[in-house]
Design a binder for this molecule. Structure first.
Ligand SMILES: Cc1cc2nc3c(=O)[nH]c(=O)nc-3n(C[C@H](O)[C@H](O)[C@H](O)COP(=O)(O)OP(=O)(O)OC[C@H]3O[C@@H](n4cnc5c(N)ncnc54)[C@H](O)[C@@H]3O)c2cc1C
Length: 281
């Protein structure tokens, strides 16, 4: 299968990429979603602007929190000592993306711009309250992850806007985990759950919970968070959270013939329990 004809430019800097985008076209990062879509003729941009080799988009820096360049690969994030230390759930999620080949090419910016509901990193970004940093012809802006993902393959990005980085808070004082039920062929998430638990001795001071894969977009689960806060994470509290999470995601559920909505909803509760157990080590 061949894509339609397109022009190719390689941008050396963010400014060059934005200048090229003024003429239309699409940014090309790892190409692991865009190129298959073009080959299937689901997309036919007249110009590809390669942002994969812009140094400033590839860095991962730690200064109170993490700033992860949009073109950082899943493998770079999964193996970063800073990410592992400050947001272990994100390192884990990126380490569970596809296979090693996908992780070597796929980027965080491309992943979240594509906004496939079965993606892994968005669930962690929504759970921990990350911010997506965006630059366009009219300047820079920052959007909370919860407001960035609008729906199926739909984000808050405007035409020609470039994600430059993602700011991730330091949650090293939380116990966190990302657990997923991977599709047996693609490894995409049928259900993915992230928890980050702030403990005060034996009591959970507060919890961050988000679910993806089962839903149109990663969903922050306030009911499950409330069911865990102020408890010792005993069986009653964990069971209550597993019930609450089903209501939290009820309006956003997706399904298919192999994994229908009701099945995914049930599995979200099961995987929430597993994520809590994994976070507690
Ligand atoms: C076989 C296979 C298995 C996979 N399994 C998983 C999985 O288990 N979990 C998972 O989460 N993902 C999975 N993926 C997706 C993978 O994670 C890639 O990250 C994802 O394909 C997009 O990243 P990319 O860098 O390849 O983006 P590209 O394909 O280059 O771009 C995707 C879209 O994002 C836009 N874009 C790219 N970068 C930017 C930017 N900085 N600013 C604005 N727009 C931008 C592009 O214009 C395009 O529209 C899988 C992919 C494949 C091929």
């Amino acid at each position: 299968m061949w894509p339609s004809k397109f022009d190719y430019v390689r941008a050396g800097s963010v400014d060059e990429a934005l200048a090229s985008a003024a003429d239309g076209g699409k940014f090309l990062a790892g190409g692991h979603s865009l190129l298959p879509a073009m080959k299937l003729r689901l997309d036919a941009p007249e110009q590809l602007i390669d942002i994969g080799r812009i140094p400033e988009l590839q860095s991962i820096s730690a200064n109170g929190g993490l700033t992860i360049g949009a073109a950082a690969t899943h493998d770079a994030i999964a193996t970063s000592a800073d990410v592992q230390a400050m947001c272990g759930a994100l390192a884990s999620a990126c380490g569970q993306v596809g296979d090693q080949g996908v992780r070597n090419f796929g980027t965080l910016g491309g992943n979240i711009a594509h906004a496939d509901p079965a993606s892994d990193p968005p669930t962690v970004l929504v759970a921990v309250g990350a911010n997506v940093n965006i630059q366009g012809a009219d300047g820079a802006r920052s959007v909370g992850a919860e407001d960035f993902f609008l729906g199926l393959f739909e984000t808050a990005l405007d035409d020609g806007e470039l994600i430059t980085s993602v700011s991730v808070p330091d949650v090293s004082d939380h116990q966190s985990a990302y657990i997923k039920f991977p599709h047996p062929a693609s490894r995409y998430a049928i259900v993915g759950v992230c928890v980050a638990l702030k403990m005060d001795g034996a009591v959970c001071d507060h919890a961050h919970v988000a679910v993806g894969g089962a839903t149109l977009r990663a969903v922050r689960c306030a009911g499950a968070e409330a069911a865990l806060a102020g408890t010792t994470l005993d069986d009653a509290a964990v069971n209550a959270a597993a019930e609450a999470v089903k209501s939290d995601i009820a309006e956003d559920l997706i399904g298919d013939i192999a994994y229908p909505e009701a099945y995914r909803q049930q599995m979200a509760g099961v995987f929430l329990k597993r994520a809590i157990a994994a976070a507690q080590g």
